[in-house]
Design a protein around this ligand. Structure first.
Ligand code: KG4
Ligand code: ZN
Length: 339
């Protein structure tokens, strides 16, 4: 018999629910994006996110169960993102999951959002270990060493802005709208990446930490200078040069880690992993050394609940269940567990 896990994700601005069988077969994957509500504010407004999750979470769960043709009683467990993320947004998912699990008499599993992003790879790939994984999203930039699906070590993270946050902020000053990553990805394709020599977002070869705020300021300063001098602003060139500065450092540090830890597998995860230049550049850089890149399809890179159900399945098999006192954890130091 298959183990059916209902995954629930409300950590930021997507209300999502999915039913996944045996951590692998996606029977449904429903995502209701709030992007249109946040767009006019140029970013996610936490209070609006919480209210929208409240409106959407039950219909989205109903759709996920209906599309999968599964009743609550047939589930093995209910998995929910418990953190990191926006506290008010997380609380909606956590309390909904607790209520459903209690009412249906099912085990509750608390999933770490970053682990869930990594797990998106397991939905579609047979990953070989050990591996190095770069998780780059709107809230995180983390380089991980993965011994296996359960054991990992954080090698480095961002000292300031996350990679996706830098994309969103630069897109905002370029007036490209929200979310900025996809808009920059698209515009950069027609720009010249060598037009502007933006500082490399690199905080030294001896560390796996990242820093993107200096790069973001450099782009903003360049735009101010150009407009003060009344010079033409070629947005495509700025987007391409900025994107190259981000991608180059992400690729360079990920490859350094792959060499130092002598792994044959490298994983990409998180919303920024949808970026076409990042996928292509990393693939090319790893190919030289015969290492393999695993990357989820773009729709599984950004927030979804199938990845939560997949990560939840691993914890379910370990009988790693959460108590009824489970709370939302907006900041989590221990990268792979939300307990
Ligand atoms: O993983 P995600 O959906 O949410 C968080 O956990 O933060 O990531 C969203 C982030 C946003 O900052 C968005 O601009 C970025 O991922 N993103 C991209 C692309 N698609 C989404 N960044 C660069 N290129 C893309 N194609
Ligand atoms: Zn995410």
């Amino acid at each position: 018999m298959q183990d059916l896990i209902l995954g629930i994700e409300t950590s930021c601005d997507e209300t999502a629910a999915a039913v996944v069988a045996d951590g692998r077969i996606m029977l449904s994957n429903i995502i209701s994006s709030q992007v249109d509500f946040h767009r006019k504010f140029g970013g996610v407004v936490p209070e609006i996110a919480s209210r929208k999750h409240l409106e959407l979470v039950n219909p989205v769960i109903d759709s996920a169960l209906a599309e999968a043709g599964v009743k609550l009683s047939a589930l093995a467990a209910i998995a929910v993102t418990a953190g990191p993320g926006l506290v008010g947004a997380l609380l909606v998912g956590v309390n909904t999951a607790k209520t459903l699990a209690y009412a249906a008499g099912k085990p509750l599993v608390a999933v770490n959002h970053i682990t869930a992003h990594v797990s998106a790879n397991y939905l579609v790939h047979e990953v070989t270990f050990p591996a190095v994984c770069l998780v780059a999203s709107g809230g995180h930039t983390s380089l991980l060493y993965l011994r296996n699906r359960q054991e990992s070590k954080l090698l480095g993270t961002t000292r300031d802005d996350a990679a996706g946050e830098a994309f969103d902020k630069v897109a905002r000053v370029l007036e490209l709208g929200y979310p900025g990553g996809p808009a920059i990805d698209k515009l950069a394709a027609s720009g010249d990446a060598s037009a502007f020599a933006f500082p490399k977002a690199f905080s030294g070869r001896d560390t796996y930490e990242f820093s993107f705020s200096g790069l973001k300021s450099a782009v903003i300063n360049t735009l101010h200078n150009l407009s003060q001098r009344k010079e033409e602003i070629n947005k495509a060139d700025i987007a391409a040069s900025f994107q190259a500065a981000v991608v180059n450092v992400l690729v360079e540090k990920t490859c350094l880690a792959a060499v130092e830890f002598d792994v044959q597998s490298v994983l990409l995860a998180g919303g920024v992993a949808a970026n076409r230049m990042l996928r292509k550049s990393l693939q090319e850089a790893l190919y030289v050394d015969g290492r393999k890149l695993f990357c989820p399809p773009p729709e599984l890179c950004t927030d979804n609940a199938a990845m939560v159900a997949c990560a939840g399945f691993d914890l379910y098999r370990l009988k790693h269940f959460a108590g009824w006192d489970l709370n939302a954890t907006p900041v989590i130091d221990n990268i792979l567990q939300a307990e």
